[in-house]
Design a protein around this ligand. Structure first.
Ligand code: SAM
Length: 232
């Protein structure tokens, strides 16, 4: 038996590559994007009442991680990347139907467009549904998760004089909180937990239209070395 679903819209996101996207929403409040709705969901009456809601659940497709064969066990990066657990005990992108869910802040609504922040979604992510966050039902006071009970530890993020100047300049051009976005994303330490950082090794990702490059001068800190606009 199979069912088909189709997107109601697509996310235009600050994240142009998977690497360094936070592992969950809300970890980088400066991560912003726009959900562009497609007909007929772009009509005003589909969004009527949503202005009373601060956060929404997005159900979406991990369109860059879809696989023909379902995996039953996965290695979550949060567990060091070397421990296998059942796929249903994780929020891994490798899932039977490729469906993700994120609770994100609804900043403002324009016709056919929802401005969002705190996202953990790649640019172009197809969204299947939007549901309002319902505090009395969704916030579970005594919830526990032995595999992911604590918020991730943060790593110190430092700048060189040049990279900070570059980030501030690009932030002004983009009219986006780029410095905060870089600090919030890199503080999550995107490197796989099992990978020992060689100080000379450079890491990089693309946020908006800028390439951000950094390294680990020591295992406990990141230094941003370059923030450069890229074409295309
Ligand atoms: N909050 C969601 C959930 O729990 O279903 C996503 C959690 S998943 C661990 C987060 C990761 O998904 C991000 O770090 C990013 O690398 C990846 N990701 C985000 N959007 C994606 C997409 N459209 N396709 C594939 N991977 C994506």
């Amino acid at each position: 038996m199979s069912y088909s679903v189709s997107p109601i819209g697509f996310v235009r996101s600050c994240f142009k590559e998977k690497f360094a996207i936070p592992r969950q929403p809300q970890l980088a409040p400066a991560a912003r994007g726009v959900l562009e709705l497609i007909p007929p969901f772009d009509q005003a009456h589909a969004l009527d009442g949503l202005e009373q809601v601060s956060h929404v659940w997005l159900l979406f497709l991990f369109h860059q991680a879809l696989e023909a064969e379902p995996r039953l066990r996965v290695r979550p990066p949060r567990l060091g990347g070397n421990r296998m657990v059942g796929v249903f005990a994780t929020r891994s992108t490798h899932r039977p139907n490729g469906i993700g869910q994120s609770v994100v802040r609804l900043e403002r609504i324009e016709p056919g467009r929802l401005h969002l922040s705190g996202i953990d979604l790649l640019d172009g992510t197809p969204v299947l549904d939007i549901k309002p966050y319902v505090p009395y039902a969704d916030a579970v006071a005594d919830a526990r998760n032995g595999l992911a009970n604590n918020t991730p530890e943060l790593i110190a993020v430092r700048w060189t004089e040049t990279s900070l100047e570059q980030a501030r300049g690009e932030a002004l051009r983009l009219k986006e909180p780029l410095q905060a976005l870089i600090e919030q994303c890199l503080a999550q330490d995107p490197r796989p937990a099992y990978q020992a950082p060689a100080p000379e090794r450079r890491y990089g990702t693309r946020l908006w239209d800028v390439e951000v490059r950094w390294h680990y001068p020591d295992p406990a800190s990141i230094t941003v070395v370059e923030v450069l606009r890229v074409e295309g």
